[in-house]
Structures are given as structure tokens and as C-alpha cells.
Design a protein around this ligand. Structure first.
Ligand code: ADP
Ligand code: MG
Length: 334
């Protein structure tokens, strides 16, 4: 199947007063049309910077996207997101690619009614007239579970609760029936019940519209429940990617194994990433060896000399590690 998104060699750096932050080091992943890709990894591993680099939302300066390609292909249109002008990116954002962030307050315009914000997006991206856009917006607000949508059309963001604002954000993200929706920890600030409702809503809209969803989270329970495939990030790299069941049953990267081992199994407890002993890699240093070496129980000499790249180790399963945990020996031919 043609990939809706194919990202290769994505390099993003921040030129800070302390030095160069090597935030993304040849990040690589792809996305199938209609699938849900979960992205996990501890804080600072590069999840948000990856998605912001793709959408042209890195603050410049200090940030710079310095390498890579990110080919979007929806069957009718194909282009490299990293080569678009700001004007072209504006067309893509909210058009072919929708996005939802953790904090809707900073993403919603506080001075514009939510109805108008959604309708304007439809008018810009879909070239709809005003009355058609209004009609569709009210319909969409109903679909995302906003009661009394006709009246709420004229409400401002601050008049909604946290959960309701996140529903509005979802409405904006899907307003133009995008091919991809990127959601960056969209439920982290919400309580568990509302979280479940937001996930359910996203999945319903996804089925209805056929869009692919990238769902960034630090909650492995959420990923297990909704993702088709999972990307594990560490130190600004992708260290493992696999179909969700395969990842949980047969994790290959020592970091993933650590993460899964750290899931509390208690009933009703939410499953968060518990930190693994040791400290994350210093991103001020260029990545010339394995970013996980200092915390890895399987580390050997080679891991300090070279950086392992992602290699296929099974159907739909890639890992960036020199050690074969199953065999209990270094991998041959890598
Ligand atoms: N504006 C910035 N200036 C300097 N460093 C940044 C900036 N934004 C992000 N970074 C760095 O990039 C790295 C990846 O961050 P991020 O993608 O936000 O992590 P997360 O996986 O938690 O979303 C972190 O080390 C972070 O400190
Ligand atoms: Mg983040």
C-alpha cells in the first residue's frame, strides 16, 4: 500500500545558549492510510519536535530542521512537507493534516467564537461559502458531542470546560476531513473518564472519515487500547517500531523491554511510563554511539563505538540495537 506519510533521516537541532541540542537524529517512520500509530517515549525523547518539524511549527530560531524528507502522498497529491513554503504549510495544516495539542487554550483563538474558527477553516481549505460552512460546523459540533450546537456556535473558548475544549479542538482538526490527524498528548490534562470519551470520539471519527491518526502519549495503556502500530522513541531517535501486539509480546529493544517491564499491572491503575534507572542521553553531544548505552543491561563494546540504526528483524518489526536479546548474543550481519 502507498504510504500516506514516509519520513526519513529527519534531523532537527536547536541552537541554544548552552550549545547545539541534537533533538532529532535521523528519525524514520511511515504511516499507512487509515492506521493509528502510537508514539511513546520518555519526556524529551523528541516526540513533539518530530511532529512540529513535520508541520513547520518549530520555533526558528533557535530551531532548525536540517535534514530529511517527509513525503506526503494521499493518492491525488504528493509532496515533501519539509520543502514547503510557510504559505503552503498553512494550507496543509488544518487541511490535509489536522492536529490536536495537549493544551487547547494555547491553540484556540480566544477572541473568536468557536463556530467561526471552525467555519473559517472550512471556508479556507474547502472553499465553502459562509452558510454551507456554518451548517457543516453545527453538524460537526453535534458529532463531537457538543450539546445545543447551534447556540454554542457563538461561544468563546473560555466558556467551555477542559474536556469540551478538547472536543472543539478535535472538531477543528477534522473539519476538513484530513488524511492525517496528529494528536500530541491530547488527553494528558484530562481526567480518566473524559480521556476515554475523547479517545472513543477520535476513533469514531477516524472510522467515519478514514483518516490516519498519530497518537503521542506516555500512557502505554492508551496505546495498547487504540494503536495498530507503535513507534518507540529514545534520545531523538526511533529505537523500535512494531505492530502493537507484536511489540507487547515480543519487544526487542532493551529500552522497550524496560518500559514494558515497568508497567504496573494493578487493576484500574493507569499504565504510565515508569522511569528506568539512569539518566537520559545528553543531547548537547552528537549521537556517535547508542543513546541507550549508559542505561542498557545488555551493553557491550560496540554500543559505545557506533550508533545502531533501525533494521528490520521481522514482518513490520524494526529495532535499532546491536544485541539480540532472544539469543542472548550480539546480532550478526548488522
Ligand atoms: N525551543 C527549544 N530550545 C532548545 N531545545 C528544545 C526546544 N524545544 C525542544 N527542545 C529539546 O528537544 C528535545 C526533544 O523535545 P520534545 O520533542 O519536546 O520531547 P517529548 O518527547 O517530551 O515531546 C528535548 O531535549 C528538548 O529539550
Ligand atoms: Mg512532547
Amino acid at each position: 500500500m502507498t504510504k500516506i506519510l514516509d519520513v526519513n533521516g529527519l534531523v532537527t537541532r536547536f541552537y541554544s545558549v548552552d550549545g547545539v541540542v541534537h533533538a532529532l537524529n535521523e528519525v524514520q517512520f511511515d504511516l499507512e492510510p487509515g492506521e493509528t500509530l502510537g508514539v511513546v517515549g520518555e519526556s524529551g525523547s523528541g516526540k513533539s519536535v518530530t511532529m512540529m518539524s513535520l508541520l513547520g511549527l518549530i520555533p526558528k530560531p533557535p530551531g532548525r530542521v536540517e535534514g530529511g524528507t517527509a513525503v506526503f502522498n494521499d493518492g491525488s497529491d504528493t509532496f515533501d512537507l519539509l520543502k514547503l513554503s510557510e504559505k503552503e504549510l498553512q494550507e496543509v495544516r488544518g487541511g490535509k493534516v489536522g492536529f490536536i495539542f495537549q493544551d487547547p487554550i494555547s491553540s484556540l483563538n480566544p477572541t473568536m467564537t468557536i463556530g467561526k474558527q471552525i467555519a473559517e477553516s472550512m471556508m479556507t481549505h474547502l472553499q465553502l461559502g459562509e452558510s454551507e460552512a456554518r451548517k457543516r460546523t453545527i453538524n460537526l459540533l453535534q458529532q463531537v458531542g457538543i450539546a445545543d450546537a447551534e447556540r454554542r456556535y457563538d461561544s468563546y473558548p473560555h466558556e467551555f470546560s477542559g474536556g469540551m475544549r478538547q472536543r472543539v479542538m478535535i472538531a477543528i482538526a477534522v473539519a476538513c476531513e484530513p488524511a492525517i490527524v496528529i494528536a500530541d498528548e491530547p488527553t494528558t490534562a484530562l481526567d480518566v473518564t473524559v480521556q476515554a470519551q475523547i479517545i472513543e470520539l477520535t476513533q469514531r471519527l477516524q472510522k467515519q472519515m478514514g483518516m490516519a491518526v498519530v497518537w503521542i502519549t506516555h500512557d502505554l495503556g492508551v496505546v495498547a487500547g487504540m494503536a495498530d502500530r507503535v513507534l518507540v522513541m529514545y534520545g531523538g531517535t526511533v529505537v523500535e517500531s512494531a505492530l502493537v501486539d507484536d511489540l507487547y509480546e515480543n519487544p526487542q529493544h532493551p529500552y522497550t523491554i524496560g518500559l514494558l517491564g515497568a508497567i504496573p499491572k494493578m487493576e484500574g491503575e493507569d499504565e504510565r511510563l515508569v522511569s528506568i534507572e539512569g539518566s537520559p542521553p545528553d543531547l548537547l553531544q552528537p549521537l556517535t554511539y547508542c543513546p541507550f548505552a549508559s542505561r542498557c543491561p545488555f551493553v557491550f563494546q560496540r554500543c559505545w563505538k557506533e550508533r545502531p540504526l533501525l533494521i528490520p528483524i521481522g514482518k513490520n518489526h524494526d529495532t535499532a540495537c546491536f544485541y539480540d536479546v532472544e539469543r542472548g548474543a550480539p546480532r550478526d550481519h548488522v
